[in-house]
Design a protein around this ligand. Sequence first.
Ligand SMILES: [Zn+2]
Length: 432
Amino acid sequence: MKYLFKNALVVTMNEGLDVLESCHVLVESDRIKAMGSSLSPELTEGAQIIDAEGKLLMPGLINGHSHVPMTLLRNFADDMNLQTWLFDHIFPAEGKLTGEDVHWGTQLGIMEMLATGTTCFIDMYFFMDDIARAAELSGIRAQLSRGMTGQDKGPDFSENKSLNESIEFYKKWNGAAGGRITGAFAPHAIYTCSPEYIEAIRDAAEKYEAPIHVHLDETKVEHEDSLKNFGKTPARHLYDLGVFDRKTVAAHCVWVTGEDLELLKEKGVSMVHNPTSNLKLASGVAPVPAAMADGVNVLLGTDGASSNNNLNMFEEINRAALIHKGTTLNPLLISAAESLKMATVNGAKALGREDLGIVKAGGKADLILLDLDKPHFMPLHNPISALAYSAEGSDVCLTMVDGRILYENGEFKTIDKEKVYYSIRKICERIF
Ligand SMILES: [Zn+2]
């Protein structure tokens, strides 16, 4: 398909953070073919026109850390500490889930993400085939991995069920759906995986040249237990186990020290800031300003919907731009632009992609359109500030991935909303 967005206000998220008024953006197949204030008729011939007058076009948001099917557990166990929440409520409920349940929960999560401007998510969960199937059908972009937990000491992990599942999943899905779906290996965390198991996972990731997705130093308990059990911080523990030798996305990093940040920087580990989840579970506030000052790539994520309790990245952008001002007493930290970068270009960098998270000719057509005809966008002195401080996820009126419109004005093009809602109700009747 060929689309022409006409007269959009374009927030490019390029190096210069250029904002272009009355800009036309031509999409052909899965990429942005051309953009500018005037495009030749020969170039745009045959394109379907999308009138973007009074609308803002920007790169689709990248959710850096999620467990999408946890939409099923939304608002189920709230207002408790992470260990109680996870071990006494979430893990037992998850034990009752089937692959089919996870498939429907994923579709619900993808609906929510598309409707609030997310075009790509980095996810770790189980029943990954069912998640990948939902991602494939929906048209969204995703990096997926099976979260692995285990206290085995080895030395032989060849019969290990979840490791073998991970390997099979990676072989089957990495590069699938025209490259929209990629894979990773995911040791869940240092408190749910023995060092030997983490090493086995690292070896598998190395063999398949796969990236890693891991939870890191999320809580004070995790940090202190690591010092007690291993005599080192969680980041140093993973560093010493060679995990960071693979391209790694580390979620949370709330309790990382200054020395840990040096390790992340040295190995090019991307750190995912999950402000809402960290606030809700009272895990703390990640040292994002220090990480950014050290040159660590920081992206943004929602975490699962049961610790958030939504998958709306505009809320994360807003919170990331606010909480560090409050905790550091410095209103210069974090700027609106920095927060928006975390949700776009920095996410793309974590995935090793230069063609995502930015509106540019040749880039992937993963784009969203926001309706500016809202009181909270008036007056529009600074579009970047407006996106960080005034925008709502519900301002998104069109979401495109790989040049395909997946959501437009409340309508999902690839997902049967009624069928998803019906299935979710049935699942909840059975489980809760
Ligand atoms: Zn998580």
